[in-house]
Design a protein around this ligand. Structure first.
Ligand SMILES: NC(=O)c1ccc[n+]([C@@H]2O[C@H](COP(=O)([O-])OP(=O)(O)OC[C@H]3O[C@@H](n4cnc5c(N)ncnc54)[C@H](O)[C@@H]3O)[C@@H](O)[C@H]2O)c1
Length: 262
């Protein structure tokens, strides 16, 4: 269902971004993979037959270059997945201004610069087909941006704030670009990725737990009975790029095995 689409994915060197990029490629899209880690970016692109455009989402010129190279390769940009993000676990009282700036710089400013660069291109191009949007933007928020419940809220306050801001930005962009573009967010839950492996180690160290124990405690409460795979997110990203979701904009979809029901 993604046949012929030109799709760019940020933070696609590993984890969720790579799974999203791979799923689009498997379904016939022309995919451009971007990541701040240039080696990881090239390796990922090679694995899935995509174009590699390394870049840092906090730099407007890198976001513009990503869009420009996608257009040079595919003639237009149909889908942008603003996925790049970082995590840090630190108790609220120990956080400093630099921690705060770095987190919001990547997760919020990076998302803003990426979607702005994508929209500048998409708003100039013809619709995907008669009666369809000219482009579709997907942001990567988190269930952490929707609720303060749970003990982890105390050790990731800046991450939670950043993802709440991504949800707000998604809604603003949806209004700003309607009816030409759709902009929707995905809120993943507990995804098996390097990001969660790092959280498990950091949170375990704070609580005096062995590696893997925090993860096991957290996944025990997932109603659908298994941890989330990056591919679970990828399937919803392709849906948000497909005609079946054309009447949705400004929405946030929880993809979390039923952890959060709102
Ligand atoms: N893993 C989870 O449980 C989970 C849950 C909810 C939301 N998310 C969100 O999903 C997205 C992907 O998460 P993941 O688990 O795959 O993380 P990950 O750490 O495995 O991968 C993130 C990728 O983003 C890249 N990146 C970091 N800073 C960048 C920058 N400034 N510019 C470009 N690329 C940059 C990294 O190099 C890395 O390859 C993030 O936005 C994250 O907040 C993850």
């Amino acid at each position: 269902m993604s046949e012929g689409l030109v799709v760019a994915v940020t933070g696609a060197g590993q984890g969720i971004g790579l799974a999203v990029a791979r799923r689009f490629a498997e379904r016939g899209a022309r995919v451009v993979v971007s990541d701040i880690d240039a080696d990881r970016c090239r390796h990922a692109a090679q694995q899935i037959g995509a174009l590699a455009v390394p870049g840092d989402v906090t730099r407007a010129e890198d976001c513009a270059a990503l869009v420009q190279q996608a257009v040079a390769a595919g003639g237009r940009l149909d889908v942008m997945v603003c996925n790049a993000g970082i995590m840090q676990l630190k108790p609220l009282l120990e956080l400093d201004g630099a921690d705060w700036d770095r987190m919001l710089g990547v997760n919020v400013k990076g998302c803003f610069l990426t979607l702005q660069a994508a929209a500048r291109q998409m708003l100039q191009q013809a619709p995907l087909a008669a009666g369809r949007p000219a482009g579709k933007i997907v942001t990567m928020a988190s269930i952490a941006g929707r609720s303060g419940a749970g003990p982890i809220a105390a050790v990731i306050p800046h991450y939670r704030a950043s993802k709440a801001a991504v949800l707000s930005l998604t809604q603003s962009a949806a209004i700003a670009f309607a009816p030409r573009l759709t902009v929707n967010a995905i809120c993943p839950g507990l995804v098996e990725s390097e990001m969660w492996r790092g959280m498990d180690r950091a949170w375990g160290a704070l609580q005096g737990l062995q590696e893997g124990q925090v993860w096991q405690q957290r996944i025990a409460g997932i109603p659908l009975g298994r941890p989330q795979r990056p591919e679970d997110v990828a399937d919803v990203a392709t849906f948000l790029a497909a005609p079946e979701s054309d009447y949705m904009t400004g929405q946030a979809l929880n993809v979390d095995g039923g952890l959060m029901m709102n």
